[in-house]
Design a protein around this ligand. Structure first.
Ligand code: FEO
Ligand code: CA
Ligand code: CA
Length: 674
């Protein structure tokens, strides 16, 4: 691979990165690899073990030859990127991948003329600059255009050690001694959401620095609606109404509603809350007592990943026990109204929401799917009480205020149902009469505890839950679960110590996303299919470069084809390949065949894949470059910190640390992506 230091400029390095050799789709398939490695007799006589053999594709598929695989096309035509890991990004041959926005770039006019320097950055400036760790992206066309629109982009969290000089790798060990109040305030301004106008001029996408742009941070005032709003558990010393809260954080994935608003999902909220009650290793050791002990334990509050509570009482759990109840929700933002007040919708439940992909039921109700991203947590769905009315913005703005939150139960027969979480009904009746929940507000604030009662299926870390409106099916990304063991495997989560994840396909009865029953199957089990012991499951046409692990985000392009973004974290060290974006065929005899389109630089994850309506532009988030698991990168001696990062992607400027960035991908011939 290229030596990063032999290029004089960022542009040269990035050009070179795009020129990395690619392996053509006509290369060896996994069927070939396995046929070489194991004889057909081995397979037939079961020498590989029944589990391994059936976990793959069955003897017939194993014997599929390259010629056979090549003779059947799938719906994608790009040449895949080679698997591997280095300091650069890589895109499929012939496509242009350009950086559109990076951490620190000006979003609002207030800082437009001031160069970005992380050494002198202030919290006030950060309020107007592009935030850190960009994640989910949604494109809102202006006047129906695929070349002019608003982008809404989440900023999930901050990596202080790469943002600021002089900060060690692990803040918790030093008890946050070096984290000043100004740094804490910069962090609080670097999370949340960016709304930014973009347009394509002379075949090049650019940011428009007009007055539509907006940053939403932990300091932005929001309202709260739904059954939990205004109740005692939502009131704090600073807010006696229980209906007003400042800001949002841990904004992971999200959604876009049919009525043109943006949904941002609050995920790992536990880390935002501080305590002084610590064990010898500076780990929170709060002796929970009182009525809501089970709730705080279930949501791991406080976990103290951030120092905010040292300087701001509302994030100090020792001082304010209710502020954590005001996070962990889905927040709706109207990107077209710069002065609009974002709303936290409690009807959609409180948990570690990965995303909020939104569609309509056959009778026109809003349907929002959401995974709770932690090991052994659940998959949720919200269906609105009222119906969507096309063009009636004021009415549609109320749809997420009332409705039914349900949780998924997957049966071993391949059927399943959505179980409603309603106070006093069904299995919750007993729990409610036992005093576990006093009203619907409790059920929503403690959605995890409510789901525990009703027999929901504990899943292998549910991430994005993606409906496909073309095929009327739903794809559930399950990223991993090392806590799954031989005693707890089930049909929907079949692998013990599941390090690499899988994808479930749900088929709603009657093709109705609002139906309460569904059938399901496993589309792929991720991992290296040549290692029989992993029990991976792919189409035999899968190549050695294209299999992936740890599915996180998914999207469906305008042709109805599925795309998967991966996030292995430190597990990349076990695959030796960086994360990326993969096309995944869901139809026909190549169903379950992936193909790698884009690969991230060292230590990053890929998120937020988002197509324009014409399918000709793809926006991607490259999150936390230089951060995750980089101690396993042979070309680098760590730790990866501001002064010595594992990569300086995308600037490759010795004075600039790596910067999380949004990339924009197009084809020079103007053809559709894929
Ligand atoms: Fe923030 Fe589940 O990834
Ligand atoms: Ca994610
Ligand atoms: Ca998605």
């Amino acid at each position: 691979m290229s030596d990063p230091h032999t290029y004089p400029t960022r542009a040269a390095a990035m050009e070179a990165a795009d020129d990395e050799p690619l392996s053509p789709v006509a290369g060896d398939t996994i069927g070939d690899v396995i046929a070489r490695r194991y004889s057909r007799r081995d397979i037939m006589k079961g020498a590989l073990g029944v589990t391994a053999a059936t976990a793959l594709f069955g003897p017939a598929a194993l014997a599929a030859s390259k010629a056979e695989a090549a003779s059947v096309g799938d719906r994608f035509s790009f040449d895949e990127v080679a698997a591997g890991a280095n300091e650069y990004h890589h895109v499929a041959e012939g496509y242009d991948a350009k950086v559109l926005l990076s951490w620190g770039d000006p979003v609002c006019a207030d800082v437009q003329d001031k160069p970005f320097d992380p050494r002198t950055l202030t919290a006030e400036e950060q309020e107007y600059r592009f935030g850190y760790n960009n994640d989910y992206i949604a494109y809102f066309p202006i006047d129906g255009s695929s070349e002019h629109g608003l982008l809404c982009i989440n900023h999930e969290y901050t990596n202080e050690e790469l943002m600021f000089p002089g900060l060690g790798r692990d803040q918790s060990d030093s008890n946050f001694r070096e984290t000043t109040k100004e740094i804490a305030n910069i962090e609080m301004a670097a999370v949340g959401v960016t709304v930014v106008e973009v347009r394509k001029v002379n075949d090049k996408w650019e940011v428009v620095h007009g007055d539509r742009n907006r940053r939403i941070t932990l300091n932005t005032e929001m309202t709260i609606d739904g059954d939990a709003a205004g109740t005692a558990r939502m009131k704090t010393r600073e807010d006696s109404t229980g209906k007003r809260v400042f800001g949002t954080f841990s904004n992971c994935a999200g959604g876009k509603t049919p009525w043109g608003t943006y949904l941002t999902a609050e995920e790992n909220i536990h880390g935002g809350f501080w305590t002084e009650e610590l064990d010898a290793n500076f780990k929170p050791d709060v002796d929970h007592d009182g009525k809501y002990k089970a709730s705080y334990k279930r949501y791991r509050i406080p976990t103290r990943w951030q120092s905010w509570g040292k300087y701001h009482k509302r994030f100090n759990f020792d001082e304010e026990e209710n502020e954590p109840n005001r996070f962990g929700w889905i927040v709706e933002i109207d990107p077209e109204e710069r002065e609009s007040v974002p709303v936290k919708h409690t009807a959609l439940g409180r948990f570690f929401h990965e995303g909020a992909e939104t569609t309509l039921s056959n009778d026109g109700r809003a349907v929002v799917f959401s995974g709770d991203d932690a090991q052994n947590e659940y998959v949720y769905r919200f269906v609105s009480r009222d119906h969507y009315i096309k063009g009636n913005k004021a009415h549609n703005a109320t749809l997420l205020e009332h409705g039914t939150l349900s949780v998924a139960q997957f049966s071993s027969e391949g059927t399943g149902k959505w179980i409603p979480l309603k106070y006093g009904e069904g299995k919750l009746a007993k729990a409610c009469s036992a005093g576990k929940f006093e009203n619907q507000a409790d059920v929503l604030i403690d959605a995890r505890l409510a789901a525990d009662e009703v027999g929901a299926t504990k899943m292998d870390r549910p991430e994005d839950v993606q409906p496909n409106e073309e095929t009327r099916r739903v794809y559930v990304m399950l990223t991993n679960n090392t806590k799954r063991n031989a005693g707890t495997v089930d049909a929907a989560n079949p692998r013990p110590n599941n390090k690499f994840g899988h994808i479930i396909e749900m088929i709603p009865d009657g093709g109705d996303f609002g139906a309460d029953t569904f059938t399901w199957n496993i589309l792929v089990r991720c991992g290296d299919p040549t290692k029989m012991e992993l029990g991976a499951y792919w189409n035999a046409a899968t190549t050695e470069d294209s299999w992936f692990v740890s599915p996180d985000n998914a999207t469906v392009d305008p042709e109805g084809r599925l795309w998967i973004a991966t996030d292995q974290g430190k597990y990349w060290q076990q695959t030796g390949r960086a994360d990326g974006l993969f096309a995944l065929e869901t139809e026909g005899i190549r169903r379950g065949t992936p193909r790698m389109f884009f690969r991230v630089p060292m230590g990053a994850e890929l998120c937020g894949p988002c197509f324009t309506p014409d399918g000709k532009t793809l926006f991607l988030s490259v999150q936390h470059p230089g951060a995750d698991g980089v101690d396993g990168y042979a070309n680098f001696k760590g730790p990866s910190v501001f002064e010595n990062p594992a990569t300086r992607w995308p600037d490759f400027d010795p004075k600039m640390p790596p910067r999380p960035s949004v990339m924009v991908i197009t084809h020079p011939d103007g053809k559709e992506i894929g």
